[in-house]
Design a protein around this ligand. Sequence first.
Ligand code: COA
Length: 202
Amino acid sequence: MTPRVEFFTGAAMRPHLPALARLRIAVFRDWPYLYDGQFDAERVYLSDLAQSPRGGLAVAFDGETPVGCSTCLPLADAEAAIQAPFRAAGHDPARYFYFGESVLLAEYRGQGIGVAFFAAREDHARRVSDAGYATFCAVERPADHPLRPAGALPLDAFWQRRGYRHHPDLACTMRWKQVDGGDQVANRLSFWIKPLQPARRP
Ligand SMILES: CC(C)(COP(=O)(O)OP(=O)(O)OC[C@H]1O[C@@H](n2cnc3c(N)ncnc32)[C@H](O)[C@@H]1OP(=O)(O)O)[C@@H](O)C(=O)NCCC(=O)NCCS
């Protein structure tokens, strides 16, 4: 059965943050993130989202069990490292809504949940802000990375079909502990951007 997607904002996100942390650790362990996640690091990472009154969290449930999550918040509420490339390029963070991760357990993929995560976040951004753009970033990995699985498909085409355009020159650096042994490896993540059309009125 296809999971149902529910959306939470502000303080209503808090009860679901442990599930988000669990899913991030489980899903990002795989290619291409290779994240050796720890709950303590998750608590720090998620604090910006938890404190953002206009933050949003989509959760996919199989029955009562969360099997996927996706987050968003005004770029101005996101951590400084994520805002930095926008500021450096002269872009006011207030014009952007930042989409954090989408993480869905592998057995639930290919049923439209990832598309629903984008739609829910874009609707939310239009509802609670006048941001002109939605943006997210994705990790860059070299083509010859030793842990790249044979036949691994990038999500670029999926994102392009959602209307996002890659801006490889707009990039930030994030550090995390990796499954291949590196402690606090510095990773480059480049941004994708989509103009947000005016909200449809009922
Ligand atoms: C990103 C991720 C959440 C996408 O999840 P997903 O649910 O498999 O994606 P979807 O099923 O919505 O979309 C995949 C394709 O299947 C299609 N699809 C399949 N069944 C569908 C259905 N019943 N209804 C709508 N679309 C469907 C979608 O249209 C889409 O194709 P398109 O791009 O040609 O339109 C998932 O791949 C994931 O968790 N990846 C690992 C973590 C990651 O890399 N996250 C991104 C960076 S944070």
